[in-house]
Design a binder for this molecule. Structure first.
Ligand SMILES: Cc1ncc(COP(=O)(O)O)c(C=O)c1O
Length: 476
């Protein structure tokens, strides 16, 4: 059921006039963001705010359900940009030029400019961007590449795909990023490169990474998949290392209408090698100088990305504002560890909180959780409370995601690397504790208020949860 703001408060266009005041009181007492849906409602009881609400007879015929907050949604972005996207896609469709051509070249130029580098090469995905950069830099069998195990699997998978070996260094518990202090101990004569991941949009300290790389004669490849729009010390991520690799997966800060990625770099020779590798190792038609890939960014995706790119910095600003609100409103809850505000250039692709598992002095679940199957199977710290809170949030209409429940070094696919349980303690603990709250530029303040209210009710010791509210008010 829709509601409209008026000078007298909410008005519900679907209700008769004599029901308006009761509906307003009802909505205000329960939570401001409850949605009134069609269906029977025949009961009364305590609301999320603890008030008891007698139901007026005018409410018969209605059912109340909490607002659903998705972890990510494109609805509003499509409403705002839909016409421009349709026009851009239609123009490519009608041009008949789907592979190569000016749409791609002009997006690549615009993206390179945004990253403050001379070269950007579009490709099929963020995974391929990593593979192409590694291959372009000559990394292959016998080489080791140091990276983080607290990342999406593709980070390490790309290293293995070129025949090299990923070497995992633990992350810092506070930043979730590779711990520069631990890198020197992982360097061997076979080490060729450092591959830091700007996880969740938080930039790695690139000055420290470059100093380490310089001291040990290593290459640097930045995994910027989650960090479009982020910067370190005022310079965009991707512009610091020998190469920067971006993903345009739809949930990223700059998302295509499907898969897409890009390698950015300063070196013209590297750019040329990456460009050739992305098209079957082919410097000119039907001459193949290397075994490459079929990994082009197609023109339809480039057209979509070209419409969206000018909005990237505003979207990142909006993500920063949402993160600041979460940090302000959730900072006092026992058992909830918030992410650090981080450097100014954080682009907040995810807002990832931590919930410690039982037993702790004040377990978040108040001992109502059950052991986690993943923890037992993959030799990880217990994730019972995090899983319980995630379930409770879902019941209250707030969808969350766990990035990532199993670290890369404990994945069955990497069993042969021999990393034991406990070998990367911060990474393993994070996998058992992290939970990503909804964050995307179009998240409304009503939706965010709902997330905050539900989290506060669950962790702040308020006895009536929104789920209770929903159940009570829906009784038939
Ligand atoms: C950190 C990281 N690296 C690499 C990738 C791979 O990108 P893609 O899905 O575009 O292949 C992702 C995608 O989620 C990612 O998050």
């Amino acid at each position: 059921m829709t509601r409209q703001a008026t000078s007298q408060g909410w008005r519900f266009p679907d209700l008769a006039d004599d029901s308006q005041a009761a509906a307003r009181a009802f909505q205000a007492a329960c939570t401001p963001d409850l949605h009134l849906l069609d269906g029977p409602l025949l009961g009364s009881g305590p609301t999320a705010r603890g008030a008891t609400l007698p139901l007026e007879k005018s409410f018969v015929g209605l059912k109340v359900a909490p607002m659903h907050v998705p972890p990510f949604s494109l609805d509003e972005q499509l409403r705002q940009l839909g016409d421009r996207l349709d026009a851009a896609v239609s123009q490519v469709l009608r041009s008949g030029q789907y592979i190569g051509g000016s749409t791609i070249a002009s997006f690549e130029a615009a993206f390179a400019h945004a990253c403050e580098v001379p070269h950007a090469i579009g490709c099929n995905s963020g995974t391929d961007a990593l593979i192409l950069a590694l291959r372009g830099l000559g990394i292959g069998p016998g080489d080791e590449v140091i990276t983080s195990s607290f990342s999406f699997f593709a980070t390490a998978e790309a290293i293995s795909a070129v025949g090299a070996t990923p070497v995992f260094v633990d992350v810092e518990a506070e930043t979730y990023l590779i711990d520069p202090e631990r890198i020197p101990a992982a360097i061997t004569p076979a080490t060729r490169a450092l591959l830091p991941v700007h996880l969740f949009g938080r930039p790695v300290d690139m000055e420290r990474i470059l100093t380490l790389a310089g001291d040990h004669g290593l290459l640097v490849i930045e995994d910027c998949a989650q960090a479009a729009g982020a910067s370190w010390a005022g310079r965009p991520v991707g512009s610091w290392g020998d190469a920067g690799c971006f993903s345009f997966f739809p949930t990223k800060n700059l998302g295509a209408a499907g898969d897409g990625g890009a390698v950015v770099c300063r070196d013209a020779d590297l750019a040329q090698r990456v460009r050739e590798l992305a098209v079957h190792g082919m410097p000119r038609r039907y001459l193949h100088t290397a075994l490459g890939y079929n990994s082009r960014l197609d023109a339809l995706q480039a057209a979509v990305l070209a419409v969206k790119l000018p909005h990237l910095s505003d979207w990142v600003e909006r993500r920063r504002a949402i993160a600041a609100t979460y940090l302000r409103e959730l900072g006092d809850l026992p058992g909830l560890v918030l992410p650090e505000a981080g450097p100014a250039g954080h682009s907040w692709n995810q807002f990832v909180v931590r919930l410690a598992a039982c037993p702790v002095e004040q377990p978040s679940c108040q001992s109502r959780c059950t052991p986690s199957a993943d923890s037992a199977t993959y030799g990880l710290p217990e994730a019972c409370c995090r899983d319980w809170i995630k379930h409770q949030l879902q019941e209250a209409g707030v969808s969350t995601i766990i990035y990532y429940p199993i670290p890369i070094h404990r994945q069955p696919a990497y069993a042969d690397l021999g990393y034991r349980s406990g070998s990367l303690p911060h990474t393993e603990r994070l996998c058992a504790e992290v939970l990503s709250l909804p964050i995307f530029p179009e998240l409304t303040s009503d939706q965010q208020a709902r997330v905050i209210a539900v989290v506060r009710q669950l962790l702040g010791g308020v006895s009536a949860t929104p789920a209770d509210c929903h159940a009570t008010l829906s009784i038939g």
